[in-house]
Design a protein around this ligand. Structure first.
Ligand SMILES: N[C@@H](CCC(=O)N[C@@H](CS)C(=O)NCC(=O)O)C(=O)O
Length: 202
């Protein structure tokens, strides 16, 4: 399999973390969709990354679908609970929360890259407020537990890790570690995992 992406995309990092945690063999290919010669639009009509090329006829797109597909390929570990509806919902809700943080942080980033007289301060404020609330919710849900849900790593932990890495990249001034020390403690443990080290290194 080939995963097309870039190192700055939080959705790509989430997909990579899933593939790496599950040790699913794949080649990671840097392919910014906006650059001439990009393969992305040829395999994903939306022209977005991540795009996971399974074979000449099959491309999986949207990080949520990649995560779900990859999780069914093996059981080591199971990242999305399969039998318990409540546990499954909670993990998917964590993913939605993390994706929402990414979505809002991307909007803030895009808006702040516009000429200053064209930036919409209200849009920036709205999305920054959503991120602030989402982080408080995440910290409250996590408490002092080791994992976001249950007694082992799930997609929830990987999605949240990716969202926080993106905040470090684009909103370092937010200093979420100071506001939520329990998230910081949890993140230190996550960042020691080989998958996270690999996904941060390149
Ligand atoms: N919901 C999608 C979002 C994917 C997305 O928006 N990716 C961005 C990169 S962060 C993208 O490909 N944008 C087009 C571009 O970079 O030209 C997912 O989870 O995969």
């Amino acid at each position: 399999m080939k995963l097309l992406g870039t190192n700055t995309s939080p959705y790509v990092r989430k997909a990579r973390l899933v593939l790496l945690e599950k040790r699913i063999p794949h080649t990671y290919i840097i392919d910014p969709p906006s650059e001439p010669g990009s393969q992305v639009a040829l395999v994903n009509p939306l022209g977005r990354i991540p795009a996971l090329i399974v074979d000449s006829e099959t491309c999986v797109f949207d990080s949520t679908v990649i995560a779900e597909y990859a999780d069914t390929l093996n059981d080591t570990p199971v990242l999305i609970p399969r039998n318990n509806a409540l546990e499954r919902m909670v993990v998917r809700r964590w993913e939605a929360l993390a994706d929402g943080i990414m979505d809002s942080a991307v909007v803030v980033r895009m808006e702040s890259m516009r000429p200053s007289d064209k930036q919409d301060a209200a849009v920036i404020a709205l999305h920054n407020a959503a991120i602030t609330r989402a982080l408080a919710y995440a910290a409250g849900q996590l408490g002092e537990r080791e994992w976001c849900e249950g007694n082992a790593i799930t997609l929830a932990d990987l999605a949240l890790t990716s969202a926080l890495i993106y905040l470090d990249l684009r909103q370092a001034e937010r200093d979420w570690r100071k506001v939520h020390p329990n998230l910081a403690t949890w993140y230190v443990r996550m960042s020691e995992r080989p998958s996270v080290r690999t996904a941060l290194a390149a």
